[in-house]
Structures are given as C-alpha cells and as structure tokens.
Design a protein around this ligand. Structure first.
Ligand code: PLP
Length: 405
C-alpha cells in the first residue's frame, strides 16, 4: 500500500531543488525561487496522470474534502450521505463546513449501497460522498444516476484509492469533485498533503482561493490580491509538493508491484471453501493496495484475526473493532463530544443520524478482513505469507466444521 516504502533518490532530488533556493512557500518570491515551482508542477502532473481538468493541492486529504465542500457550496444544515465505513476524516470535513454527515449502510463493495443512499435522501440532502475504501471503487454508475435524478452533488473521497480507475476513468475525476490524500500511509505520500480534482473551472477557482485565505491570485503582488470570498489556510509547502512530485511520477511503478503481490495473496486464498472476496465493481481498476475478504461468521473472523496475530502475520485489519474507520466505535460523534459549542440543530441532527443501527453494515464488517499489500515483499515472501494465511484460515474453518468433543 504505502509509497513511503520506496522513498529514495528521486524524492531527495526534488526536495534538494527547493532547499537550494530556500523558497519553501508555493506562492510569490518569483525572483529568488529561480524557476522552481514544485506545487504548480505537481498540480500539472496530477492533471496529466489522472486525466483531471484541474487540480488544487492542499495541506491534507481532510483539508481537500473541506475545500471541495466549500467550493461546491455545501454548508449549514446540508445533509451529506456517506458510508458507515470510512476514515473519520470524511466526517470531520462535513462538520467543518456546518453540514450534517448522514451515514448509510455499505454493501459487499465495502462502500455505499445505492439502495441505502436512495432511502436516506431527504429535502435537505445536498451531496452523496462515496468513499473508495482500501484501494477500490464504489458503484459509480448507480450513484451518478441517483445524483442526476435527485439533483445532488457527487463528491468522491478517493484518498485511499490513488490510481484506481472505474471504466477507464480515474477515481476522483468522475464526480463534481474528488479528493486525494498524500498522508504518510497512502498509495503515494508527501508526508502531509492532499488534492482536490475537478473538471469545472469555477469549482477549481474557488478551491484555489479557499485554501489560501481567499486570495484571488490574479496579480503579481500577494499583498494587493483581492479576496472575493472568505477562505482559510490549507496551503501545501514546496517541500511537501517536491516529495509528491517524485512519488506521483512513480505511481505506475508502485501500482505494478502492488498488483503483482496482491495477485499472489489472492491466488493463495481463492480456492478456500468459506472464503469470499469483496465485490469490486471494475476489477481492472483496482489498485491492489489491500486484499479484502469475508469469512462465514463474525466469530470465525475474530479467530482468524487472532491466529494471524499469534503467527506474526502483520497488516491484517479487522475494521469492525477499529476506532477510526467504522461508525460503531465513534462514541465522540454519537455523544456529541465537541470541544467547542455547535449550533443546537446541527448537534441534534448529527447525534440523531450517527446513533442509528446499521445491521447490514455490521453483518458485512464483522466478517471482513483487509490484508495490506506491501511494495517491498519479494515474490518468495509474498508466497510464504499467502501460504501462511491460507493454512491458518483452513485450520480455523476445519475446527469449526468438526468441533472436538
Ligand atoms: C486518509 C484519508 C483521509 C484524510 O486524509 P489526511 O491526509 O490524513 O487528512 C480522508 N478520507 C479517507 C478515506 C482517508 O483514508
């Protein structure tokens, strides 16, 4: 999964270009920077690599989501439909613009069940936000049709699926806007950073302004810029952009390694009776950053997770018990634990929606294991890992089929 595993000479070279001039900021200082514009260069590289019309870099994936929502006009009291399985950052971003996250059930794609999305639409719904979890994609045709029918915005959280495609198009470029994250454990990294992708010039312009205190960036003198809108500071630095530039140029290399190792683990597990795999709407577009699979029951899944751990096979995520990725453990949201006061209406709505029961999601997440795929395994290591996992799963399932005593 993570690009940090192959950090090297290319990344150091790009950072050194910036260190040579000492201009660490992405805007201004036209003379002293001697033609070094890493953030601008990275934005152009992302547009080219992903086939996006426009790209705005920001300081994190969370900032990218917040910026995209502001630019799309999502705000006070608007409801944003999103999956119960995500990273808590997607919720934080919705709250940051005063909107209401409305979690709905996932299906075996591990993201939005289109039927659950339709059932959750109200007169206040403004956007649908699929989260392309664990390197793979949502059912975008179905979601696009729902958005078109109900006149809703489609905002893709593609933070975990950099390089994945759906029917030939990169995730993040299919909705009204999409976001990427380059935090340290993502498919490509620059330590901390993110991007908003969009094909609409006016949305891009708003992102450009929002992420830099509202600067319109029309002139040469920052001090004389106008501020047509209120903004915040979500700027990326030149140092971060430099690392990102080296990494995005290596994306194809990372994806090839990932897919190769993914297929080795997949081959080791696919014949096992009782093991099924995550439904992938367009298998050709999967990044291979995780292999996600299901066992027959929650109890057996927990046994397998414990046995992997006991055998020292790391990197197998059981999201159902995870504090950060599944709604079940988000007590802070459910109890309205905010440091600062929220408007009563927003707080009431957030607590109402996050305290719903999600039996369909529970039944899926309780049986799911996501196995992270490394870029640096040798073929032998990957095969050994796959064989070890397969032996453990078969053993647990056989014991359950023929209990002793
Ligand atoms: C990582 C991630 C984010 C946020 O990215 P940061 O750069 O860590 O702020 C948002 N959504 C999802 C699904 C993520 O995995």
């Amino acid at each position: 999964m993570p690009g940090y595993e192959l950090f090297g000479a290319a990344e150091r070279k790009e950072v050194n270009d910036v260190l040579e001039t000492g201009i660490l900021m992405r805007y201004g200082f036209d003379g002293p920077r001697q033609g070094i514009w890493k953030a601008k260069e990275l934005e152009a590289e992302i547009c080219k690599t992903f086939g996006a019309g426009y790209t705005q870099l920001v300081s994190s994936g969370t900032a990218a989501l917040t910026t995209a929502m502001a630019a799309l006009g999502i705000g006070a009291g608007d409801e944003v439909i999103m999956p119960t399985f995500t990273f808590v950052a997607s919720i934080e971003a919705v709250l940051s613009v005063g909107a209401i996250p409305v979690p709905v059930d996932i299906d075996e794609t591990l993201t939005l069940d289109p039927k659950a999305v339709e059932a959750a639409i109200t007169s206040r719904t403004k956007a649908v936000m699929p989260v392309h979890m664990c390197g793979s994609m949502a059912q975008l045709d179905e979601l696009k049709a729902i958005c078109a029918e109900h006149k809703l915005l489609l905002l893709e959280d593609a933070c975990q699926a950099i390089g994945a495609t759906y029917k030939g198009k990169h995730l993040g470029t299919i909705g009204d806007a999409g976001t990427l994250s380059f935090d340290f454990v993502k498919i490509i990294t620059c330590a901390e950073g993110g991007a908003v992708l969009t094909n609409k010039e006016s949305t891009y312009e708003k992102c450009d302004q929002y992420s830099d205190h509202g600067h319109d960036h029309k002139g040469k003198d920052r001090g004389a810029d106008l501020h047509p809108y209120l903004g915040y500071n979500y700027r990326i630095s030149e140092l971060h952009a430099a690392v990102g530039l080296a990494q995005v140029r290596r994306l194809a290399e990372f994806l090839a390694l990932q897919r190769k190792n993914h297929s080795i683990i997949h081959n080791a597990l696919k014949g096992i009776d009782g093991v099924t795999f995550r439904v992938i709407p367009d298998p050709a577009g999967d990044t291979g950053s995780f292999l996600s699979f299901f066992l027959p029951t929650e109890e057996l899944t927990k046994e397998v997770v414990a046995a992997f751990q006991a055998a020292g096979i790391a990197g197998n995520f059981y999201w159902y018990d995870n504090n950060w990725h599944y709604i079940r453990k988000w007590k802070h949201l459910q109890s309205g634990s905010w440091m600062h006061r929220f408007y009563d209406e927003q707080k009431k709505q957030v607590m109402h929606y996050s305290n719903q029961a999600f039996p369909q999601s529970d039944a899926i997440m309780g049986r799911c294991i996501s196995s992270a795929i490394s870029l640096i395994w040798t073929e032998e290591q990957a095969k050994e890992r796959g064989a070890g996992m397969a032996a453990i799963i078969k053993n647990v399932l056989a014991k359950a089929a023929h209990p002793v005593g």
